[in-house]
Design a protein around this ligand. Structure first.
Ligand code: GLN
Length: 448
């Protein structure tokens, strides 16, 4: 733990992955664990981990990278924070992100711009860019992220690390600052597949405080990982839409090479189709923004968070606090969501988007009824330059075309390193049946 902080001290001036460190408490816990001696049965004991700053940590500032929560110290731990602590892992600090997890480059943080660990002139992806860069730069071996439309998988891909968005309902969202409640999911970002599996087993499970969590047993995801035999006999689907227009040739080549490797190991890889995939981004921005506009109502300048000065009425407190506390992208989503849900437009927007969501769910079900999992790219390109897309929300939104449908369908999706393009990492996405993260870990382990 001490070495971790020394390393962060020297590297974070460049990487800028952390918003806030938990130094005193972490060193104290490490000393206590040292005094107890090594618990040989618990591989996670004493392992330093970083936590995305939209996951609440008791007594430790949790800002969701928003001015709105700049000085917010939660009075309780999220369920995953509690599980991290109970597992013996040591929370070393909170990582940077796009404000309220809205974005794909971490440039929407109110506080700082995190750099890609491979090239400091490029974005780390987002919104869990701080978590992915912290892992990729060697600051920590593991971090928690959250994924509403790709925010674990895309930064993992941009930084050449392993990211898992578990099935919706696998991990408790209690204490995750809500963005799109029907889409949000917490998961691990790690250097290796096995570490990822170990951590998911530690943080998953039913939680009476989040009734969308499943009561299914949580397997030991790290058991039975075997690179040579795991995929033998498996049927894999490769959607033709995932290798279409807009996807870089190097990205396509990396995926096709991975498909060949699976075939060599005795799997079959067929071309399949997800015909409604192309409507995913449009449906997502209606649904996620609608949910966000409702979730973010609680930031009213009264109960907690930022409050503007010099206000003359209650209305003025709301308007000024929200105008000053939220960044532009967050305001854009609130306006879009409020509009989509309004009486005159609900049928044309929210209801339509919900119907499209059902078509997307059906597409996945059709493929997954006779395929063990789906493979494809995570993002159409490797990491782009800082500042390149920041003023162009549409381009930014389209970047998530391959990850968003997975959240709409609530399926598990994983990003693993699959190659390079001009020295930048390229990720591969594996998409599974509901609650079958085990198959994804097995397939991912082929490339460990
Ligand atoms: N980039 C997407 C968005 O801006 C996804 C973000 C996320 O998964 N939190 O909404």
């Amino acid at each position: 733990t001490k070495a971790t902080f020394d390393n962060i001290d020297t590297t974070d001036a460049d990487v800028a992955a952390f918003l806030n460190l938990n130094k005193d408490a972490a060193l104290k816990k490490a000393a206590e664990l040292d005094a107890q001696g090594i618990d040989a049965d618990n591989l996670l004991s004493g392992i330093p981990v970083a936590i995305k700053d939209n996951i609440v940590t008791k007594g430790l500032k949790t800002t969701a990278a928003s001015k709105m929560l700049e000085n917010f110290k939660p009075i309780y731990d999220a369920t995953v924070t509690k599980k991290v602590n109970e597992s013996g892992m040591i929370n070393v600090g909170k990582t940077n992100m796009d404000e309220f997890a809205m974005g794909g480059s971490t440039e929407n943080s109110a506080f700082k711009t995190t750099k890609n660990a491979w090239d400091y002139t490029r974005v780390p992806g987002g919104s869990s860019g701080g978590s992915a860069a912290a892992v990729a730069s060697g600051q920590v071996v593991a971090a928690l992220g959250s994924d509403t439309g790709g925010s674990i998988r895309q930064p993992a891909s941009f930084n050449g690390v392993v990211g898992m968005k578990p099935t919706y309902g696998r991990v408790s969202r209690w204490g995750l600052i809500a963005f799109g409640s029907s889409l949000d999911e917490i998961g691990p970002i790690t250097r290796t597949v096995k570490d990822n599996a170990l951590i998911l087993s530690a943080i998953a499970g039913h939680d009476e405080r989040d009734l969308t969590t499943s009561t299914k047993d949580v397997p030991d995801f790290a058991a039975d990982l075997n690179a040579d035999t795991n995929v033998k006999g498996m049927k894999i689907g490769l959607p033709k839409e995932f290798l279409g227009e807009g996807v870089d040739q190097d990205v396509k080549d990396a995926i096709l090479a991975a498909a060949d490797k699976y075939r060599e190991l005795g799997a079959t890889v067929d071309e399949v189709s997800l015909p409604h995939n192309k409507y995913g981004v449009a449906a997502y921005y209606i649904i996620s923004s609608s949910e966000a506009s409702s979730n973010l109502q609680r930031f009213d300048g009264i109960r907690y968070g930022y409050r503007a000065d010099d206000t003359k009425s209650l209305e003025d407190v709301y308007v000024k606090s929200r105008s000053e506390g939220f960044g532009d992208e967050v305001k854009r989503r609130i306006m879009l969501g409020t509009f989509s849900l309004s009486a005159g437009f609900y049928d044309a927007y929210f209801k339509k988007a919900a119907q499209v969501r059902t078509l997307i769910i059906n597409d996945f079900q059709n493929v997954l009824k006779d395929h063990d999992f789906i493979m494809g790219p995570v993002a159409p390109t490797p990491a782009y330059k800082i500042g390149e897309d920041v003023d162009d929300p549409m381009t930014m939104y389209m970047n998530d075309i391959l990850t968003i449908p997975v959240n709409l369908a609530g399926l598990p999706g994983m990003s693993i390193p699959a190659g390079f393009s001009n020295g930048l990492p390229v990720g591969m996405q594996l998409i599974g049946r509901p609650f079958d993260e085990t198959t994804l870990y097995k397939a991912a382990y082929t490339f460990e």
